[in-house]
Design a protein around this ligand. Structure first.
Ligand code: AMP
Length: 121
Protein backbone atom coordinates (compact mmCIF):
# COMPACT_ATOMS: atom_id res chain seq x y z
CA UNK A 1 0.00 0.00 0.00
CA UNK A 2 1.05 3.62 -0.48
CA UNK A 3 3.05 5.13 2.34
CA UNK A 4 1.12 7.62 4.47
CA UNK A 5 2.13 10.45 6.76
CA UNK A 6 1.78 8.04 9.69
CA UNK A 7 4.60 5.86 8.32
CA UNK A 8 6.75 8.98 8.26
CA UNK A 9 5.85 9.63 11.92
CA UNK A 10 6.74 6.03 12.84
CA UNK A 11 10.08 6.42 11.03
CA UNK A 12 10.72 9.84 12.64
CA UNK A 13 10.85 11.46 9.21
CA UNK A 14 8.38 14.11 10.38
CA UNK A 15 7.80 15.26 13.96
CA UNK A 16 4.88 14.33 16.17
CA UNK A 17 4.04 14.73 19.84
CA UNK A 18 4.51 11.06 20.73
CA UNK A 19 3.03 9.98 24.07
CA UNK A 20 3.54 6.19 23.89
CA UNK A 21 5.48 3.63 21.88
CA UNK A 22 6.03 -0.11 21.99
CA UNK A 23 7.06 -2.80 19.52
CA UNK A 24 3.64 -2.89 17.88
CA UNK A 25 2.20 0.58 18.18
CA UNK A 26 2.66 4.30 18.52
CA UNK A 27 0.43 6.99 20.05
CA UNK A 28 0.70 10.72 19.42
CA UNK A 29 -1.39 13.87 19.73
CA UNK A 30 -3.69 14.74 16.84
CA UNK A 31 -2.49 17.86 15.02
CA UNK A 32 -6.08 19.17 14.85
CA UNK A 33 -7.55 18.21 18.24
CA UNK A 34 -11.33 17.82 18.56
CA UNK A 35 -11.28 17.56 22.36
CA UNK A 36 -8.93 18.69 25.17
CA UNK A 37 -7.20 15.32 24.77
CA UNK A 38 -7.12 13.89 21.24
CA UNK A 39 -4.65 11.08 20.66
CA UNK A 40 -4.13 8.81 17.67
CA UNK A 41 -3.11 5.22 18.36
CA UNK A 42 -1.68 3.43 15.34
CA UNK A 43 -0.14 0.04 14.60
CA UNK A 44 3.40 0.14 13.25
CA UNK A 45 2.18 -2.26 10.61
CA UNK A 46 0.56 -0.28 7.81
CA UNK A 47 -3.05 -1.41 7.30
CA UNK A 48 -5.09 0.97 5.13
CA UNK A 49 -8.61 0.59 6.52
CA UNK A 50 -10.69 -1.63 8.78
CA UNK A 51 -11.65 -3.51 5.61
CA UNK A 52 -8.01 -4.55 5.20
CA UNK A 53 -7.64 -6.12 8.66
CA UNK A 54 -6.68 -9.78 8.24
CA UNK A 55 -7.23 -12.70 10.57
CA UNK A 56 -3.60 -12.48 11.67
CA UNK A 57 -4.11 -8.84 12.66
CA UNK A 58 -6.76 -9.52 15.31
CA UNK A 59 -4.34 -9.49 18.22
CA UNK A 60 -2.68 -6.33 16.91
CA UNK A 61 -6.00 -4.49 16.65
CA UNK A 62 -6.93 -5.62 20.15
CA UNK A 63 -3.59 -4.32 21.33
CA UNK A 64 -4.51 -0.82 20.12
CA UNK A 65 -7.50 -0.88 22.49
CA UNK A 66 -5.27 -2.02 25.32
CA UNK A 67 -2.98 0.96 24.61
CA UNK A 68 -6.04 3.26 24.73
CA UNK A 69 -7.03 1.92 28.15
CA UNK A 70 -3.44 2.10 29.38
CA UNK A 71 -3.11 5.74 28.32
CA UNK A 72 -6.48 6.65 29.81
CA UNK A 73 -5.33 5.29 33.18
CA UNK A 74 -1.84 6.74 32.88
CA UNK A 75 -3.06 10.21 31.83
CA UNK A 76 -5.78 10.26 34.50
CA UNK A 77 -9.05 10.34 32.56
CA UNK A 78 -10.04 6.66 32.73
CA UNK A 79 -12.67 7.24 35.41
CA UNK A 80 -14.10 10.39 33.80
CA UNK A 81 -14.68 8.53 30.53
CA UNK A 82 -13.52 8.96 26.98
CA UNK A 83 -14.27 7.86 23.43
CA UNK A 84 -12.29 5.55 21.14
CA UNK A 85 -13.29 5.53 17.49
CA UNK A 86 -11.86 4.34 14.18
CA UNK A 87 -13.13 5.74 10.88
CA UNK A 88 -13.39 3.58 7.76
CA UNK A 89 -13.66 4.96 4.27
CA UNK A 90 -15.31 7.91 2.61
CA UNK A 91 -18.59 8.16 4.54
CA UNK A 92 -16.72 8.16 7.84
CA UNK A 93 -14.44 10.97 6.73
CA UNK A 94 -11.27 8.85 6.92
CA UNK A 95 -8.41 10.94 5.56
CA UNK A 96 -5.29 8.96 6.48
CA UNK A 97 -5.26 5.43 5.09
CA UNK A 98 -3.29 3.78 7.89
CA UNK A 99 -5.72 2.56 10.56
CA UNK A 100 -5.79 4.59 13.75
CA UNK A 101 -7.87 4.83 16.88
CA UNK A 102 -8.93 8.33 17.84
CA UNK A 103 -8.91 8.64 21.64
CA UNK A 104 -10.93 11.69 22.72
CA UNK A 105 -11.20 12.85 26.31
CA UNK A 106 -11.30 15.78 28.67
CA UNK A 107 -14.91 16.97 28.26
CA UNK A 108 -18.44 15.54 27.80
CA UNK A 109 -18.33 14.44 24.18
CA UNK A 110 -22.01 14.17 23.27
CA UNK A 111 -23.71 11.44 21.26
CA UNK A 112 -24.19 10.87 18.40
CA UNK A 113 -20.98 12.43 17.08
CA UNK A 114 -22.67 13.52 13.80
CA UNK A 115 -25.62 15.79 13.12
CA UNK A 116 -26.25 17.53 9.81
CA UNK A 117 -24.93 14.90 7.41
CA UNK A 118 -27.26 12.28 8.88
CA UNK A 119 -30.28 14.54 8.41
CA UNK A 120 -29.37 14.87 4.75
CA UNK A 121 -29.85 11.12 4.49
P1 AMP B 1 -9.21 10.25 10.02
O1 AMP B 1 -10.06 11.38 9.49
O2 AMP B 1 -9.94 9.30 10.90
O3 AMP B 1 -8.42 9.57 8.92
O4 AMP B 1 -8.17 10.97 10.99
C1 AMP B 1 -6.92 11.43 10.60
C2 AMP B 1 -6.43 12.31 11.69
O5 AMP B 1 -5.04 12.50 11.54
C3 AMP B 1 -7.08 13.70 11.70
O6 AMP B 1 -7.74 13.89 12.95
C4 AMP B 1 -5.88 14.66 11.52
O7 AMP B 1 -6.01 15.82 12.27
C5 AMP B 1 -4.72 13.79 11.98
N1 AMP B 1 -3.43 14.13 11.43
C6 AMP B 1 -3.11 14.30 10.12
N2 AMP B 1 -1.80 14.57 9.98
C7 AMP B 1 -1.27 14.55 11.24
C8 AMP B 1 0.02 14.76 11.76
N3 AMP B 1 1.07 15.04 10.98
N4 AMP B 1 0.19 14.67 13.10
C9 AMP B 1 -0.84 14.40 13.90
N5 AMP B 1 -2.09 14.18 13.47
C10 AMP B 1 -2.31 14.27 12.16
Amino acid sequence: MAETIFTKIINREIPADIVYEDDLSLAFRDINPQAPVHLLIIPKKAIATINDIQQDDRELVGHLYWVAAHLAKDMGFADDGYRVVMNCGENSGQTVFHIHLHLLAGKPLGWPPYTDRMKEG
